[in-house]
Design a protein around this ligand. Structure first.
Ligand SMILES: *Cc1c(COP(=O)(O)O)cnc(C)c1O
Length: 317
């Protein structure tokens, strides 16, 4: 069988074995190394997609390989009835990088949408009925994350979605102030740079207004940094470009594990810490030692190779 026949055969088997949610795949990929991937025909590509903002260290990075291998040799999964050192270390590291104050805490999930589900549940626990999200938002595909995602084509086929969500125009400070005024809004969800919308950055002025007005009304500011976090903007988290800006909750995933699935929710300060009570949320896989070790390797490499400064350098040129 020629390479081309082999590729055609795989594509046909894909169509017959997988549900059609993603449409026809562009290629069947065989391997990756650094910034390159190879398809099943042996053709090499420069990977500008990086697994949709996931492969923070490129493909097959030795530090990531070694961390995952070493961890898998000792302890891969333990359930959350038990703790593991990598999980604790990763939580501490994320609190440090996010400059979270005393009384902050981390919840681990397996994806961005799961991190946002947890944040949604934190918001519900305030007891307030309304949740605000922005036009052009994307927060994921599970029902709660979908409820705060604006795109009609994603939402409509799955209604009814969890209620109480309203969309306000991204960047419109007056609309924000009006929506918050009654004092019954649990949370505002925002991406500092709206990713799925076509990489639209919220202005620093609007981000500051989000912080000021939510604080004024006792509303949580929940920043979705699933795509913008983990160094992609030259800061650990995109909101750190705005001096002094600190959300009440931040969600992460994508680049966090460098390709190994992991998501995280950071809750800032003692007031948010206990909104989710023991037993009110959970996960089987979230925070397992393997995923935690992968994320620690990603963070360690970004630090050791001074990648934040590099991102800022190449971002300027
Ligand atoms: C990709 C993305 C999500 C969803 O993450 P999944 O891991 O695909 O569930 C949520 N929010 C933002 C901003 C994203 O870019």
């Amino acid at each position: 069988m020629s390479d081309q026949e082999h590729a055609d055969e795989l594509a046909q088997r894909y169509g017959e074995a997988l549900l059609p949610v993603f449409g026809r795949p562009q290629k069947v990929l065989a391997r990756g190394e650094g910034v390159h991937v190879w398809d099943t025909d042996g053709k090499q590509y420069l990977d500008l997609l990086a697994g949709i903002a996931v492969n923070a260290l490129g493909h097959a990075h030795p530090a990531l390989l070694s961390a995952i291998t070493k961890q898998a040799e000792t302890l891969g999964h333990v359930s959350n009835f038990f703790a593991s050192a990598p999980q604790i270390e990763l939580a501490e590291k994320l609190l440090e990088l996010s400059a979270a104050p005393a009384g902050s805490g981390v919840f681990f999930a397996n994806s961005g949408t799961e991190a946002n589900e947890a944040a949604f549940k934190i918001a519900r626990r305030t007891g307030r009925p309304r949740i605000l999200a922005l036009t052009n938002s994307f927060h994921g595909r599970t029902m709660g994350a979908l409820a705060i995602t604006s795109k009609e084509a994603y939402r409509t086929p799955f209604e009814p979605l969890p209620g109480g969500v309203e969309f306000i125009a991204a960047g419109d400070e007056r609309a924000l102030a009006e929506a918050l005024a009654p004092g019954d809004v649990a949370a505002v969800f925002a991406e500092p740079i709206q990713g799925e919308a076509g990489v639209r950055a919220l202005s620093h002025d609007y981000l500051r207004a989000l912080r000021r007005l939510t604080r004024e009304h006792g509303t949580l500011l929940i920043l979705d940094e699933v795509q913008t976090g983990m160094g992609r903007t030259g800061h650990w988290f995109a909101h750190q470009a705005v001096e002094g800006l600190q959300p009440d909750v931040m969600t992460l995933a994508k680049g966090l594990g460098g390709g190994f699935p992991i998501g995280a929710v950071i809750s800032y300060g003692p007031e948010v810490h206990d909104l989710l009570q023991p037993g009110q949320h959970g996960t089987t896989f979230g925070g397992n030692p393997l995923a935690s070790a992968a994320a620690l390797a990603v963070i360690g490499t970004i630090l050791e190779d001074s990648l934040l400064a590099h991102v800022r350098d190449v971002g300027r040129s």
